[in-house]
Design a protein around this ligand. Structure first.
Ligand SMILES: [Zn+2]
Ligand SMILES: [Zn+2]
Length: 403
């Protein structure tokens, strides 16, 4: 049996007493998912597990959204009203799990190192409690999304028309956050996760004998200058109040002791909280690379790859979600001043189309490697009922039921 979380709020206490008998079962679901991680767009067994649980509640899940996504809805008994969607991501990461507990991954080289097992179990638990009390006006949609980790499952679901098919008005997501205490939520107004792009940059020129550098171009020196100076350029060209990351993560060139090579390739990633800043970073880096290359008679070629756009919460939706979190855990446990993360998140695609908010739920201290994308990470089962209670209450708050 999980340790029950001690919180003073009457909403939590009532919900806790009503559902405590289910906590162990929900934990079993979470650990089952943890043991059987599946990578992006391959969440077949996970989708089957989710659909079975939803059917057991009397719902009619639609499978096959974005290949392995599952969507179900409940319309309340109090008549017409808005439609809100709650989203959980389902995919795991290509990481070999270092944990040794009984529910460690049984698939070599794959693990739930971002807690999407927990998000999925949390939303299933929420569906159970919401289905048990359908006295609300409007509709709640449960979105179980594949491929958050780089595959952009959210973008595929949006392109397939899930928002219109279910007439979704607002959309919310929860992500566990190691480093924030159990029992807390963090709600950002505006940017919460960064936008990202990656790049390949090639410097090209005529190579030469290393003993006669004046007969060609020394691209090793030129590309090195770019790598060191780009940090100054970014910090001098982007307003200091804007977060901007430009990281060179690969530097390839040269094959011999005595040859200055005719090409150097760099690669890396860029992060920003707005499209405007992203563009500004790209322009700054492009100018710099062109100027350095020109100074040695070299040419540059960039290839840019789109990552996820910035995740930006709608101010009103963030306020709604924060108010709900306060009723569940108390005002002192709802953090409104956390800095956003430079990590990226494909929930951004939903927020480009509908108002909504992406919240963090504290996963505990994050000690011993229990941080996101670490081989020793594990979702904290103690927060599973808390996330479910938040979802349940959000539906009741947004869809105007009695309490
Ligand atoms: Zn992740
Ligand atoms: Zn994640």
């Amino acid at each position: 049996m999980m340790e029950p979380l001690t919180l003073q709020s009457p909403v939590w206490q009532r919900w806790h007493d009503r559902w405590r008998h289910r906590f162990t079962e929900w934990q079993t679901w979470r650990r089952h998912l943890h043991r059987h991680p599946e990578l992006a767009f391959q969440e077949e067994a996970t989708a089957t597990f989710v659909a079975e649980r939803l059917r057991a509640l009397g719902l009619t899940p639609q499978t096959g959204w974005a290949k392995t996504g599952v969507v179900a809805s409940i319309t309340g008994t109090l008549g017409a009203g808005p439609t809100i969607a709650l989203r959980a991501d389902m995919d795991a990461l290509p990481i070999e799990e270092a944990n040794t507990f009984a529910h460690r991954s049984c698939h070599p080289g794959r693990m739930h190192a971002c807690g999407h097992d927990g998000h999925t179990a949390m939303l299933l638990a929420a569906a159970e409690t919401i289905a048990a009390e359908p006295d609300f006006a409007g509709t709640v949609v449960f979105l179980f999304q594949p491929a958050e980790e780089g595959g952009g499952g959210a973008r595929v679901m949006v392109e397939e028309g899930v928002l219109d098919a279910f007439a979704i008005d607002e959309i919310y997501a929860l992500h566990n956050w190691p480093g924030l205490p159990v029992g807390t939520f963090a709600v950002h107004t505006g940017s919460v996760m960064a936008g990202t792009k990656s790049f390949d940059l090639t410097f090209r020129a005529s190579g030469t004998h290393a003993a006669m550098p004046h007969l060609g171009a020394d691209l090793i020196v030129a590309a090195s200058q770019f790598v060191t100076y780009v940090q100054s350029a970014i910090s001098r060209r982007i307003p200091p109040t804007e977060a901007a990351v430009f990281s060179v993560t690969q530097f390839h060139g040269g094959t011999a002791y005595n040859v200055l090579p005719d090409r150097i390739t760099l690669a890396g990633t860029v992060r920003a909280f707005s499209d405007a800043t992203m563009l500004h970073i790209i322009e700054t880096a492009t100018h710099l690379a062109t100027a350095i290359a020109a100074s040695v008679g070299a040419e540059t070629e960039w290839r840019w790859h789109d990552g996820y756009p910035p995740t930006v919460n709608d101010a009103t939706a963030a306020e709604n979600a924060a108010r709900t979190a306060v009723t569940v855990v108390g005002a002192e446990r709802v953090l409104r001043d956390q800095p956003p993360s430079m990590g990226a998140e494909d929930f951004a695609y939903f927020l480009q189309k509908r108002p909504g908010a992406y919240l963090w739920i504290g996963n505990g201290p994050g000690e011993g490697g229990c941080v996101l994308h670490n081989s020793r990470y594990d979702f904290n089962d103690a927060i599973l009922p808390l996330g479910a209670a938040f979802w349940w209450r959000l539906v009741r708050d947004r869809l105007a039921s009695e309490g």
